[in-house]
Design a binder for this molecule. Structure first.
Ligand code: NOJ
Ligand code: CA
Length: 700
């Protein structure tokens, strides 16, 4: 194996050298360095402009996708970096390796790219050094700035990063605003030139939202007039501020705009040597291929935690939806407390009877009476003290007896300093109880004032939580998180996160909840960043009798399809046991059966904002599961089952929209059909408006 790698490496160094010699001249430069993807379809050129500013272009099959885009920085108490640079030298190589996900949407990941590092230096004093490191994959580009250790430059205070993405057309874009505090916005579909993030500033259901300018958050996905799909994001966001992309409508240009800190007056402060996160552009011909791209995780460092088998992917239920419906409360006062010992045991029994591994209990600890409305939330929540009617130890003991794990809940109310003070004690308590997963939450304005959820200070807080979790064998599912940038490769206790408009909005959003198109955009945007704790599985679609004004805007069959379409190693069945008829609802069988850890995954078809079909093979088994969802339009899809093992028979149990199903008029109309299929079968799926299909394929 080693020799094969070495041979490949040698061959590709040779190839890269040939590319370097044969590259076409770039627009304004004498010193161009260039690099192709292993497939040769993508072509990167890096050069200096006439002013000596580093720049790059990117083309796909000889068509420019990113035109001349310059790179640079503004610092505090130091001159800007970007003009008057010279190339010292450059080196390139090829990597072709594969690595194993301890849990994931697939077991083996192929990591194949050509890389180029260009060493630059300022020609005038202070003669600073910076390297540009590019990796070109078959499905996109990642590049970052590397600031090596150097004389007279030990600390860098970044006031702005100026990474440009110069587009070559007025593409169709799927975007959410570049909010510094929250990603829980609906996706907008507009031409690039019509992006108007500022019009989204005042949302009644967001506890905290800060949108300083016309910028978008990442991943932002686009389709060109030629049908090419692009998605812009970042990978390995470590000790730095999150990146939004400022929109220049006239120039059809995006420029990095880092999330700031009004408190500290800068964007990021770091010591040298320092590498920025990777700036990424995923490029695929079909929308489906975007979902299957592994570029973001590949750009992260290998697993540094080693064996994390103490965390087991699982389905879970919990004391949660009932609070969002108003059936019970988080706080003890008022006589409707949800997190009682008896209620937790009811959920444990339900889980144990239905192949569900975990029970989440929210509202178990003291502090909820001060949750919302209090400006000073420091010291309010206590992460080790249960309310009087909740016997934590007894609940854990009962769960163990039934083979069900308790999932801990820590709502920090965006007071991270309070949380950090208690982290060790809280996680030590969890470890002593054999609890290995926690859902965290950061609702509200960050304390201290003038910090934002997505700034460097909070990025470091979220990382500290992961690191402390690793110490105590605790896996983190963060709500109101920093966006995923593939860090789960390095720290596989980063199991899942929210970071989008989840199911909860259907229970109380004053704008009518998530429209039917929402979940046909999310797989091509938010899901490119990593696992999603969306919490599917609502069966009581109209939310009767709890919420007269609200409903879930999908059919019941689509709720089932989401277990496959949306990837997460923790997947909730959000509804109340009684709405699943305590497990006797015929459609609940799919939730009971569906896997949560996968050998492989494949996106069979899809168009952003219209529909998508994904199949996944259960890890360690021959069984496959299929999920297909559509927007507000009905759809007929032919799905070839050619991914099944040839010559084998499978029982397909299909959970389909009923003949009269419609997300609004008749959402609970469904039917279950069975048939024997093989790899030659083509399934004809009919999806109702706002509908879906979920299929289990069990080898006979
Ligand atoms: C917001 C989270 O997204 C939700 O799931 C949770 O129930 C509440 N915060 C309370 O922590
Ligand atoms: Ca939330």
């Amino acid at each position: 194996m080693q020799t094969v790698h070495q041979l490949l490496l040698f061959a590709s160094i040779l190839l890269v050298t040939i590319f370097l010699q044969s590259c076409q001249p770039a627009p304004q430069s004498q010193t161009t360095t260039s690099l192709h993807s292993p497939s040769k379809d993508l072509h990167l050129q890096c050069f200096l402009t006439a002013e000596g500013t580093p720049a790059y272009t990117l083309s796909f099959k000889d068509k420019t996708v990113i035109d001349t885009s310059t790179l640079g920085f503004d610092f505090k108490d130091a001159p800007s970096l970007g003009k008057g640079m010279k190339v010292l030298n450059s080196e390139s190589s090829t990597v072709f390796e594969s690595w194993e996900m301890p849990w994931g949407e697939q077991r083996m990941v192929e990591n194949h790219f050509n890389e180029l590092t260009v060493h630059l230096q300022e020609t005038a004093a202070p003669n600073r050094l910076v390297n540009l490191h590019f990796k070109v994959y078959n499905d996109g580009l990642g590049f970052r700035y590397e600031f090596p250790e150097q004389n007279n430059w030990a600390e860098m205070v970044v006031m702005d990063e100026h990474t440009q993405f110069n587009l070559t057309g007025d593409h169709t874009c799927w975007w959410i605003p570049g909010d510094w505090d929250i990603y829980e916005h609906l996706y907008n579909t507009t031409k690039f030139s019509a992006i108007d993030a500022l019009s989204k500033r005042d949302h009644p259901n967001l506890a905290q939202t800060t949108i300083p300018e016309n910028a978008v958050n990442t991943p932002v996905t686009m389709k060109t007039a030629d049908g090419l799909h692009l998605s812009f994001h970042e990978a390995n966001l470590t000790n730095y501020a999150g990146m939004t992309l400022k929109i220049d409508k006239d120039k059809l240009m995006m420029v990095s705009e880092l999330v700031g800190s009004k408190r500290l007056g800068h964007k990021a402060k770091v010591n040298l040597p320092f590498n920025t996160p990777w700036r990424t552009v995923q490029i695929t011909e079909t929308a489906a291929e975007l979902i299957d791209s592994k570029l973001i995780v590949n750009l992260n460092e290998p697993n540094k935690l080693g064996d994390v088998s103490w965390f087991k992917p699982m389905k879970y239920v919990g004391i949660w939806w009932e609070m969002h419906l108003g059936k019970s409360t988080w706080q003890l006062e008022g006589g409707k407390h949800g997190a009682t010992t008896a209620n937790a045991k009811r959920f444990i029994d339900f889980a144990a009877n239905n192949n569900i591994g975990g029970v989440l209990v929210e509202g178990w600890n003291t502090g909820w009476e001060h949750w919302i409305g209090f400006e000073d939330r420091e010291g309010v929540f206590d992460f080790v003290t249960p309310y009087a009617d909740y016997d934590l130890k007894e609940v854990v003991r009962y769960g163990k007896e039934k083979g069900v794990e308790i999932i801990m809940h820590h709502e920090t109310s965006a007071a991270p300093r309070t949380y950090e003070q208690q982290l060790d004690t809280a996680y030590a308590l969890m470890q002593s109880l054999d609890i290995h997963a926690v859902k965290t939450g950061y609702v509200g304005k960050i304390i201290p004032k003038d910090e934002y959820h997505h700034g460097q200070w909070m990025v470091n807080h979220y990382r500290k939580v992961l690191e402390t979790g690793a110490k105590y064998q605790v896996a983190i599912n963060a709500h109101e998180p920093i966006k995923d940038t593939g860090i789960r490769r390095t720290m596989p206790n980063a199991i899942s996160r929210e970071g989008l408009r989840g199911q909860e909005f259907n229970a109380w959003a004053s704008d009518g909840g998530n429209p039917p198109e929402h979940l046909t955009i999310v797989p091509f945007t938010r899901m490119l960043s990593g696992p999603i704790d969306f919490t599917p599985g609502a069966f009581n679609i109209k939310l009767d009798p709890y919420k007269a004004e609200n409903q879930v805007n999908t059919t019941l069959a689509q709720q089932l399809a989401l277990y496959v379409v949306l990837y997460s190693p923790v997947q909730m069945a959000c509804d109340l046991p009684e709405h699943y008829q305590n497990g006797k609802h015929p459609a609940f069988q799919f939730i009971r059966d569906v896997a949560v850890d996968w050998e492989t995954s494949k996106t069979l078809n899809g168009e952003v904002g219209e529909y998508v079909t994904i199949v996944r093979q259960e890890r360690g088994s021959d069984n496959w599961f299929l999920g297909s969802v559509t927007d507000e339009n009905t759809r007929d899809l032919d799905v070839a089952l050619d991914f099944l093992e040839e010559g084998k028979k499978y029982t397909a149990t299909m959970y389909l929209d009923g003949d009269k199903a419609h997300w609004d008029d008749n959402p609970t109309d469904y039917k279950i059909e069975k048939q024997t299929v093989d790899s030659k079968t083509v399934l004809k799926l009919h999806l109702a408006a706002g509908g879906g299909a979920a299929v289990s394929l069990i080898m006979e």
